[in-house]
Structure formats: structure tokens, C-alpha cells
Design a protein around this ligand. Structure first.
Ligand SMILES: Nc1ncnc2c1ncn2[C@@H]1O[C@H](COP(=O)(O)OP(=O)(O)OP(=O)(O)O)[C@@H](O)[C@H]1O
Length: 265
């Protein structure tokens, strides 16, 4: 039997502010098997980060349940590592120390930490930069360190919130390729938030398109193009058009909503 790593069942999330309620997620149901690469796709405000944060356990659903390996998610856990868009590195620690940090907290023996850190430095082409501080690295390098930090913890599940959103196109493609290589090697489950249609098609086994307010699943589709995928291929572009239409509908709803709110102000 295939073990389901993440199960999202009837999840709703409501944010209450003084003036109003926002239904950020409505009746989300997803079964994500071990090893699947899932992209959550949609325009700004459709609840992608809210869903990812709920799976991470940073912010719990208002109702419904999320389980990881059949255990109810009630907070962050070591089996779920998170990579943020902002690199979330400790500025006062070198690359090497940043990667080692989580292992030191876990109380891993120093020799094992050194071996693990070395392996990750190699895997992410960071060996020559291990004594540098984050401020002396490019955005792409910093994001490599952030990925290495999460990989150090051996979490079977990686949650990634627009991790390459701030990078230039070439660096972004390099890191996408590295992520695919690491994913194929380590067989992790990845849930990756993006609003880039091309990025989702390039990376994912499965794309979950979300609607804007309330955030629901608009389309849940498998991408069965062979890897490494060629963004100039006809099938790639056909899928890009199909998804573009879906995302545009939601973007339009977002836009209309903003216009309405501006009119009320
Ligand atoms: N802490 C909060 N309090 C109130 N409303 C919130 C809060 N967090 C998110 N929201 C609202 O919930 C909705 C979903 O937000 P969310 O950040 O999950 O969307 P997103 O798809 O990740 O968008 P983006 O790509 O801009 O991050 C939005 O309408 C947002 O304004």
C-alpha cells in the first residue's frame, strides 16, 4: 500500500480583523503521496501561503484536519522543513555554521555534523563559500544555503514558499534544475508555492490551481511531460495556455475585488 504522507481534509481558514472576515481557505482536500512534487499555483491572495503555513503547522486551520504520516499537524515538526522566499539565514553565522545550526540544536556529534555539512556544501556547490557570511553572497547563493539548511535536517517533506521568486531568470533556472536533481536523488515530498505558471509546469508532478477568495482548489492536474522539460516544446506551451486561462480568471477576480474595495474607501 502506498503511504500517504500528507492529507488535507475539509480545511477551512478564516482570518478575522476588526472590520471584516476573510475566508482564506474553503474546503480544501488534498492527498499528497510520498515523493510527489506538488506546486500550488494561483495569483496573489488566493491562499497558497496560508495553505502551506497550515501544512507547516505555523498557522492552524479554523476547521478540518491536516495529517503528515498519519499524525495530526498541531505545530511545526521535524518531518516538515520550510524554505521561505526571504532566505531566513542567520547573518552573524558563516555559510557552514548556518547549515550546521539545526544539527547542533539536535545534539548531533561534531564529527557527524562536519561530515553532513561537507556533503551538503558539495551537493549545493557551496564548498568554496563555506566561510562567507550571508551578506557576502548573491541571492541565488543565499537560497542554496537556505535549501542546504533544510536538507540538513533530513525532513522527508520540504515546504517551499516562492523560494526562487526574488531571483533573476538564469539563477532561477539553475536552482530549479538543482532542486529537481536533489528531489530525484533524495525522494522527498515537495510542496512548492509559486505564481509562475512556467515554473509550476517545469517542476511539478502535480499542479493545484487555487481560486481567489475564498481559496479553493480550482483544478488539480498531473503533469506527465518527461523531464527535464523543455519550455519551448509544444506540449509545454499547450499546458501553459490552459493554465494561463485558469489563473487569469482568478487574477481578474482579484482585480475586481480591489477595485470594489477602492470604491468603498
Ligand atoms: N494574518 C492574516 N490576517 C488577515 N488576513 C490574512 C492574513 N494572512 C492572509 N490573509 C488574507 O488571506 C488571503 C490569502 O492570503 P495568502 O497570503 O495565503 O495568499 P497567497 O496566495 O499566498 O498570496 P501571495 O502570493 O501574495 O502571498 C488574502 O486575502 C490575505 O489578505
Amino acid at each position: 500500500m502506498k503511504m500517504t504522507h500528507i492529507e488535507v481534509k475539509a480545511v477551512n481558514k478564516v482570518f478575522k480583523t476588526d472590520s471584516r472576515e476573510v475566508i482564506a481557505l474553503k474546503d480544501i482536500n488534498l492527498d499528497i503521496p510520498q515523493g510527489q512534487f506538488v506546486c500550488l499555483l494561483g495569483p496573489s491572495g488566493c491562499g497558497k501561503s496560508t495553505l502551506l503555513n497550515a501544512i507547516a503547522g505555523f498557522s492552524l486551520p479554523s476547521s478540518g484536519t491536516i495529517t503528515a504520516d498519519r499524525k495530526l499537524v498541531t505545530g511545526p515538526g521535524p518531518e516538515r522543513g520550510m524554505v521561505f522566499q526571504e532566505y531566513a539565514l542567520f547573518p552573524w553565522m558563516t555559510v557552514e555554521k548556518n547549515i550546521a545550526f539545526g544539527l547542533e540544536i539536535k545534539g548531533m556529534p561534531q564529527a557527524e555534523i562536519a561530515a553532513k555539512v561537507d556533503q551538503l556544501l558539495g551537493m549545493l556547490s557551496l564548498s568554496d563559500f563555506k566561510h562567507r557570511f550571508p551578506k557576502d553572497l548573491s541571492g541565488g547563493m543565499r537560497q542554496r544555503v537556505a535549501i542546504a539548511r533544510v536538507l540538513a535536517l533530513d525532513s522527508p517533506i520540504m515546504l517551499m514558499d516562492e523560494p526562487f521568486g526574488a531571483l533573476d531568470a538564469l539563477t532561477r533556472r539553475n536552482l530549479q534544475d538543482e532542486l529537481l536533481r536533489i528531489w530525484a536523488e533524495l525522494k522527498k515530498t515537495i510542496i512548492f508555492v509559486t505564481h509562475s505558471i512556467e515554473e509550476a509546469i517545469y517542476l511539478a508532478d502535480r499542479i493545484v490551481v487555487m481560486t481567489y477568495r475564498p481559496g479553493t482548489v480550482k483544478r488539480d492536474l498531473m503533469v506527465d511531460l518527461p523531464r527535464l522539460r523543455d519550455p519551448s516544446a509544444a506540449e509545454f506551451n499547450a499546458l501553459k495556455r490552459e493554465l494561463g486561462q485558469l489563473v487569469m480568471e482568478e487574477q481578474q477576480r482579484h482585480h475586481n475585488d480591489e477595485m470594489r474595495m477602492a470604491a468603498v474607501d
